[in-house]
Design a binder for this molecule. Structure first.
Ligand SMILES: Nc1ncnc2c1ncn2[C@@H]1O[C@H](COP(=O)(O)OP(=O)(O)O)[C@@H](O)[C@H]1O
Ligand SMILES: [Mg+2]
Length: 251
C-alpha cells in the first residue's frame, strides 16, 4: 500500500518544503519509489528541485482544476516531482463551486499511486482549500514545527484542522507526529520551546529528534540539492535518515 504523507503546517518558513525534499531523497536512496507533490503556489519545492516554475507548461493546478493527468518530472536525484507555480493560487477560486472538490487531489494521485511506495505532499502555508484537499488525499500527516514560540502559537488551529479532517473527510488519516525544525540548541528560548512541543503535542503523535538550524540547508537549497548531497557528513543528515527509517516502517 502506498503511503501518502502530507507535510503540513499552516505557518510559512517552518521548513515544510525542505523536509519534503530531504525526506523524499532519503526514502529514494533506500530504494523506494518516491513522488513529491508541490501544493504551494509559491513553488519553493519546485525551485529547490531545480525547475523554473514560470516556465512550466503543466502543473499540479491542471490536474486538480482541469482534471488532467498529474504532470510528473522523473528522476530528480532519484525521485519524481509533480511541480507547481503561481497558477495554482487561482485554483482555490476556480474550485469554489466545483463538484467533489475535496477529492480533486486524491483523484489526481490515484491513477499513478501504484507506481510509488511513498507520495509526499508539500502543503502551502495556509489552512485554505489547497491544504484541505492535501489532507484529504493523505494517508498520513507529518507536521514540521519551528522551535520558536511565534511559530508554536498557531498550533491550536493546526490541531483543530486535523481533528476536523479526521472526523469528517478522512477518518483514516494518521498523525505520524511532529518534527521540530530550525532548532538552535545553544538558544535557551529554543530549548524551552522544544520542551513545550514535547509536553503539549506528544499525545497527538511522536515527537522526532529536532533538526538543527544550519546555513548548510540554505546553501544546499541554492545549489538545488538535498543536504545529503551538498554535505554528506553534516550532522542533520543522520537525523533525516533516522526519520526516513521511521517512515519506512509505517503501517
Ligand atoms: N534546519 C534549517 N536551518 C536553517 N535554515 C533552514 C532549515 N530548514 C530550512 N531552512 C531554510 O528556511 C527557509 C524556509 O524553509 P522552507 O522549507 O521553504 O519552509 P516552508 O516550506 O515551511 O515555508 C528556506 O530558506 C530554507 O532553506
Ligand atoms: Mg514551502
Amino acid at each position: 500500500m502506498t503511503k501518502i504523507l502530507a507535510i503540513f503546517n499552516q505557518a510559512g518558513g517552518v521548513a515544510k518544503s525542505t523536509l519534503t525534499y530531504n525526506l523524499g531523497y532519503h526514502l529514494g536512496q533506500k530504494g523506494h519509489r518516491v513522488l513529491l507533490v508541490d501544493m504551494d503556489p509559491q513553488a519553493s519545492l519546485t525551485k529547490f528541485m531545480g525547475l523554473v516554475p514560470a516556465q512550466l507548461q503543466q502543473t499540479v493546478s491542471d490536474a486538480i482544476v482541469e482534471e488532467l493527468p498529474l504532470p510528473i518530472h522523473k528522476g530528480i536525484h532519484g525521485i519524481d516531482l509533480a511541480p507547481s507555480n503561481r497558477i495554482l493560487s487561482g485554483a482555490e477560486m476556480q474550485l469554489v463551486s466545483a463538484s467533489m472538490r475535496d477529492l480533486r487531489l486524491r483523484e489526481a494521485i490515484e491513477p499513478v499511486q501504484d507506481s510509488y511506495d511513498f507520495v509526499l505532499i508539500d502543503c502551502p502555508p495556509s489552512l485554505g482549500l489547497l491544504s484541505y484537499i492535501s489532507l484529504v488525499a493523505a494517508t498520513h500527516v507529518l507536521v514540521p514545527v519551528e522551535t520558536h514560540l511565534k511559530a508554536f502559537e498557531g498550533t491550536d488551529e493546526l490541531l483543530q484542522t486535523l481533528t476536523h479532517v479526521k472526523n469528517k473527510a478522512n477518518r483514516k488519516l494518521q498523525v505520524i507526529g511532529f518534527v521540530p525544525t530550525r532548532y538552535a540548541q545553544q538558544n535557551s528560548a529554543d530549548r524551552r520551546t522544544l520542551g513545550a512541543i514535547a509536553e503539549q503535542l506528544s499525545s497527538w503523535g511522536k515527537i522526532f529528534p529536532p533538526i538543527p538550524r544550519a546555513t548548510a540547508f540554505v546553501d544546499a537549497t541554492e545549489d538545488r540539492v538535498p543536504l545529503a548531497i551538498y554535505e554528506p557528513k553534516h550532522p542533520a543528515v543522520a537525523i533525516l535518515d533516522q526519520l526516513a527509517i521511521y517512515v519506512e516502517s509505517l503501517k
